[in-house]
Ligand binder design. Sequence first.
Ligand SMILES: *Cc1c(COP(=O)(O)O)cnc(C)c1O
Length: 949
Amino acid sequence: MKTDSFALRHLGPRETDIAAMLDTIGVESLEQLIDETIPSDIRLKNPLELEHIMTEYEYANHIRILGRTNKVFKSYIGLGYNPTIVPPAIQRNVFENPGWYTAYTPYQAEIAQGRLEAILNFQTTVIELTGMEIANASLLDESTAAAEAMSLLYDVRSRDQKKNNICKFFVSEEILPQTLSVLQTRSAPIGIELVVGNHQEFEFSNDFFGVILQYPGKYGQVYDYADFIKKANANEIKVAVAADILSLVKLTPPGEMGAAVVVGTTQRFGIPMGYGGPHAAYFATKDEYKRSMPGRIIGVSQDADGNRALRMALQTREQHIKREKATSNICTAQVLLSVMAGMYAVYHGPEGLRYIADKVHSSAVTLADALNKLGVYQINTAYFDTIVVKADALKVRAVAEKNEINFFYIDSETISISLNETTLVEDLNQIIAVFAEAVGKETVTISEYISEENFPTNLIRTSEFLTHEVFNKHHSETSLMRYIKKLERKDLSLNHSMIALGSCTMKLNAAAEMLPLSMPYWNTIHPFAPLDQVQGYTKMLKKLEQQLNVITGFAGTTLQPNSGAQGEYAGLMAIRAYHLSRGDDQRKICLIPASAHGTNPASAAMAGMKIIVTKTMENGNIDVEDVREKALQYKDQLSCLMVTYPSTHGVFESAIREITKIIHENGGLVYMDGANMNAQVGLTNPATIGADVCHLNLHKTFAIPHGGGGPGVGPICVNEKLVPFLPSNPFVNVGGEQAITAISGAPYGSALVCLISYGYICMLGTEGITNATQYAILNANYMKARLEAHYPVLYSGEKGRAAHEMILDCRGFKTKGIEVSDIAKRLMDYGFHAPTVSFPVAGTLMIEPTESENVEELDRFCDAMIAIRKEIEEADIEEPNNVLKNAPHTLNMLTADTWNLPYSREKAAYPLDYVTDNKFWPSVRRIDETYGDRNLVCSCAPIEAYMEN
Ligand SMILES: *Cc1c(COP(=O)(O)O)cnc(C)c1O
């Protein structure tokens, strides 16, 4: 046996366990199990053609050598991405810490109080710096956040009689070019008409519902927008502002000027540029728009004892509830990065942020002054961190690149220079020397910063920010380290126990895959750096695209979408472009099975499609006759079908090829939701089932960690028909020949974390990656075999097999007064995170073990579920004071002097032997969801402050 094989590390089941597991399932061999699970007509005939397998050590060498072919130049490009200093204490204790990066989205709030508090810090930072009333827990990037702002304003306009039919949106020409591109993509299908122009010439005419401005402008000019916003508001035109978060430390925040929405990126709060991402975007608005706000919001509530407890608020806004009425499809966002940005604010505090912002501004002022002395004139009349100079761009560029420096060349005689937190006096001297050489003059040397403000006094920020204790306390590393640890201990992550979340695929995120993210050759590259400086990245990304083409059987891939839902949207937009290119403007109907994930209808609505829901049969399968009938009925308007495969019920439906054929015969294309790809890789693929496009959740099947709810990467893979329509970027040449405009701001989306999936595939190789799928199916069917005597299992394949996940029906326990949520909470007492609750069927649990769990862990989880089943049996609807209803039990309860419950403390907290050995204590009791929604608080100001008014 090759004991250095990565597959041994990634796969849970040991060779020696497999016979017994197969025996429990009741099959002779793994082959027999797979044959009984996946329909024979869609099985791949040949092994995947992936390159040779690397060991962990070989991969580390490979990625280091490849990394060196990226050139790390000093970046003064700006345009929304800036070099930043990741505080080492945050890098080590959060970014590189599986306690933080392997956590799931905090749906089970009682075991997620740590990251909920960290995100509350992020929201508070955003609210206070922007001067707004409410902020969300992050969005995918600045450009999509700007598009979400446009959608929100479009949505709320209908509350106003006069604006009901208005669809014009004004975009300042100062907007970042990549944001303009995303706005173009997002506006067209829903009927918003973009008008781009100079805001100083805007007429405030009645046929606009909203405006977006950039603050400071794309090349650094700072405008005073106060009068503009006042006039716009007087004309009932609502204003969104895309603002640089660091500049708001010094500049009057848009909230104080009357903006309705403020968005931007928090990348420069200690998050590496990473060739474009991942970074947390922020979104802040007014309280009155909270129900239209996209993404997750963390809010304060209380637990069963009335103690303060946090949880996700106002979830009825989200796509999974609103479906085709949703105005946003955000599901995965950028939680890990928002935790880091929030910690950056905690670590630096208001004083530290002021110091950083002052230094950045002084650098710009000092540089402008020195260049002036060389006769290189600066033309921004007011600026924060970016100056624009007039010089011969060709000459400057030649000297700059020789000195490993990147500026942004606006045109042949105009250059912008963006300064940042990392800029030192010696860097300024180097820049000055570059210009001196280019213009043929003697250089001037500076030795200190000029500290004066180079913007109008009425734009100087006067309001306080970050006054809460948390931002003024943890400024030593010891204190920060302990604060981070204190929060981490409250959260259950994969480094404690398995998180068997159906549809979410919480598998191992191997250290060997994660390590390269900390290497400067990979994480300090600007996304718009010249191509000859990013050979390593280009090679890695092209190879990953190629690997994904092989795995899906498709012809082309884009890595641009930053989540699965963004992938859905990108795929549907490519389908839309395909129909439009053929003159089929009327093809707008999208068929979606009733059991689909909420993002499917939400994405289709955003792509301007009309959704027709198709029926599900009693056995959970798609009703083929209903699909046929509807495809025929709408055959002239049919755009596509969206289908999840294996289905959201965890079943390989054998009629899939017939279903895709029906759609094609009626002129439509097939979109496959690839969230369940973990059951397909190496055994079947989307091309074989007849799909035309699919997204992959690299943060599910391809080992990118969930990070507590993000980052994500949602590439789409497409067949030849759709390759020409893959999305573009205004700076970097990506996308097809008839490319649609951008889906995300960066050309390759979250390029940095693509390294993880690349490593996963390189190290597993053809055999390992196919084994992963087989073991995922093995583990699921083993659990099914152990649990089905205790819980009804809803739906399975024709031969009685689950795919990689299964649904346990808990609706029958209502006669005992027990809800599915009681089981979810009781699992915490046993040291487990609940499986997926109430998706895709209300009142059920969906379990997906993944291939990374070994049989001991599967057994512990099954033992817990079986023990809980006995507790359900003992429950009595007349006596709700029981161990399930009171779950989870905290250490405070257990150690209190009084204990009045009708069961023992031991039963409450140590129900099985294994728990004693590795107890996880939930930090709060059951949380009251509705209390928090009725009293919405989503910043960390003390709750008393809100109770007073
Ligand atoms: C996770 C998931 C999605 C959404 O993906 P995100 O990355 O969270 O946006 C869509 N469909 C299904 C079936 C999923 O499980």
